[in-house]
Design a binder for this molecule. Sequence first.
Ligand code: FAD
Length: 379
Amino acid sequence: MDLAFTREEEAFRAEARAWLTAHVPSEPLPSLETAEGFAAHRAWEAELAADRWSVVDWPTEYGGRDAGLVRWLLFEEEYYAAGAPGRVNQNGVSLLAPTLFDHGTREQRARVLPSMAGGEVVWAQAWSEPEAGSDLASLRSKAVRTAGGWRLSGQKTWSSRAAFADRAFGLFRSDPDAPKPHQGLTYLMFDLRAPGVTVRPTARLDGKPAFAELFLDEVFVPDEDVIGEPGQGWRIAMSTAGNERGLKLRSPGRFLAAADRLHRLWEAQGSPAWAGDRVADALIGARAYRLFTFAAASRVLDGAALGPESSLNKVFWSEYDIALTETALDLLGAQGELADTDWSERYVFSLAGPIYAGTNEIQRDIIAERLLGLPKGRR
Ligand SMILES: Cc1cc2nc3c(=O)[nH]c(=O)nc-3n(C[C@H](O)[C@H](O)[C@H](O)COP(=O)(O)OP(=O)(O)OC[C@H]3O[C@@H](n4cnc5c(N)ncnc54)[C@H](O)[C@@H]3O)c2cc1C
């Protein structure tokens, strides 16, 4: 791919930069994992959306700019470089929206996407269950047919920001007699405030209260909230999981900005020689990941699907993030261990990177089997 961007792309970048310079809050918002921070980040989403910066690659009819993947990547570089707030609707934007673009109906897209773009409706992902994380196909929550829709029952867990979100999307077993576990699953959207839903916050390592588990007791969902055909949920979910791991969840802009911040921290600490190689690795890693991601985007723009290469990206960014934040904490010394700094918060969250979006052990199995052609491991 040609990384000399066109004049139009550079103009887009400049427009994004100017908007961000004028609008990014001068003081960081409170953590989006708290009720107060969640509300502040929702208001920020509305501000982004008012000038069509919240989902730049989406079609204009749903609130985007039809800008395409390359401009989206450029926007993300500017976004993180400007120190703009975290995105509270990330699960909706990076997981549910691509699912609806590929498998939803026109009516669903028109109903769901504009309010997602504006942050009026924030979505939670309800895939994991207590006995179904890596082995997602063993999930037991069920969807039972009823007049005009379905009744959902069961338990979902590890749902990011579900304590404050509005709606959720997830997989349910609609045909308990299907011959294989990944058959007979249906993909549904539901209201987190519907009768029969109990949302129970789960404490995280950092003590913030937004993570939650969900208990569903005969929750009614109308037919219009089924995504794709009933029974086809697995195929639909897998087509978007690759997108999450390989492209949309962690754009390189995030790491370019973090590596630059680390570099500045190193200089501010007197450029200690012992950390020089680690800081250089962080700067090089961010640029390597950027090239890899632009290459993936260019394959997608040429019509290819994101395949198992997504797992390479996922392992890379999650391990990179830990190494980068560990270096920052080492540079801060006792202050990094004891004080509640931005770096310490980032470090604690980085530890979850090898777990969420599919654990790295599972990603390495995918790489071994599907990219390297090695025999299947023992399960
Ligand atoms: C911060 C965070 C946010 C999350 N957000 C969400 C969310 O919003 N929505 C949601 O639905 N889920 C979410 N999750 C859940 C996440 O997707 C699961 O934790 C993950 O898929 C692992 O599942 P598990 O926790 O059940 O662990 P397990 O599947 O029980 O795995 C435990 C360990 O065993 C290893 N293992 C399991 N099977 C194999 C195998 N076959 N080969 C080799 N190793 C194996 C795993 O890699 C792991 O190291 C989140 C998790 C975290 C930590």
